[in-house]
Design a protein around this ligand. Structure first.
Ligand code: ADP
Ligand code: MG
Length: 254
């Protein structure tokens, strides 16, 4: 059985007199230690899927299973434990405490999770060894993003949910962060990573999920999906990125 199962999951949000189907009968599976990239245009339902998986939102119907837990069947106190111990979340907007230093922000992870790593070590790993005592306002957007990545990694979560976490990084820093994350997946952490960066998907991910209008367009091994996309949206994404196509044609894609 897969580590994560999303089974016929629906999430409806009321919107005036109508309903938005943010997740519309979505099915996918992710294995332990899998690096999975989630692609899709704005409003596709990417954040909704992360929120449902992270136990921050409740599905309207369907089943979500993570490891030995059925998330859709947990009571609110069990969901709190699940969020504290099993899940790390890197939000699109870093959500740092403005009155705490970078180090103190990462130390917060130690307060909710007893098996947390040394915050200083994790900050070193994301390249912020020299900036630990700076407050968020004294850090660039990219550096703040890295603090929030360090805070999530510090908990050693079994599942890491990342919502466009490297969008503000330069190419070389982005590569270093992806490498830190990829090494964690080798140690067994499963990861869903929302991004618009197809090159990242091609080079680092093992699996790709493509969403549009709340529906799953396609999912599968990253190599297979990028070499032979089935859905018109995925094909259009690839056509817009000739460099990826060339690399795939060369057979040097990973
Ligand atoms: P994405 O992350 O792919 O941009 P989202 O998951 O944030 O997409 O949103 C999917 C759809 O659900 C969008 O149409 C969005 O407006 C709607 N939506 C998301 N969250 C809410 C909410 N809390 N209330 C109402 N509608 C929402
Ligand atoms: Mg989003």
């Amino acid at each position: 059985m897969s580590y994560i199962s999303f089974e016929d999951v629906c999430k409806d949000y009321p919107a005036g007199n109508t309903v938005v189907h943010a997740s519309d009968h979505v099915n996918f599976h992710i294995e332990k230690g899998e690096f999975c990239v989630v692609l899709g245009p704005s409003g596709a339902g990417k954040t909704t899927v992360l929120n449902l998986l992270g136990g921050m939102d409740k599905a309207t119907s369907g089943r979500i299973i993570v490891g030995d837990k059925e998330i859709t069947g947990l009571r609110s106190s069990q969901l709190t434990e699940y969020r504290r111990h099993d899940v790390g979340f890197v939000f699109q907007f870093y959500n740092l405490m403005p009155n705490l230093t970078a180090l103190e922000n990462v130390e917060l992870a130690q307060q909710v999770c007893e098996r947390a790593l040394d915050p200083r070590e994790v900050l070193e790993q994301v390249g912020l060894g020299q900036r630990m005592n700076n407050f968020p306002a004294q850090l660039s957007g990219g550096e703040q993003q890295r603090v929030s990545i360090a805070r999530a990694l510090c908990k050693t979560p079994a599942l890491l949910l990342c919502d466009e976490p490297t969008s503000m990084q330069d190419a070389s820093t982005r590569g270093e962060i992806i490498e830190v994350l990829r090494r964690r997946t080798e140690k067994g952490m499963s990861m869903l990573f929302v991004t618009h960066d197809l090159l990242l998907a091609a080079h680092a991910a093992r699996k790709i999920i493509v969403l549009k209008d709340g529906r799953l367009c396609e999912s599968g091994g990253s190599k297979e999906v990028l070499a032979a996309p089935k859905h018109p949206y995925t094909k259009a994404l690839l056509d817009a990125l000739p460099r990826v196509n060339r690399r795939l044609d060369d057979g040097r894609e990973r």
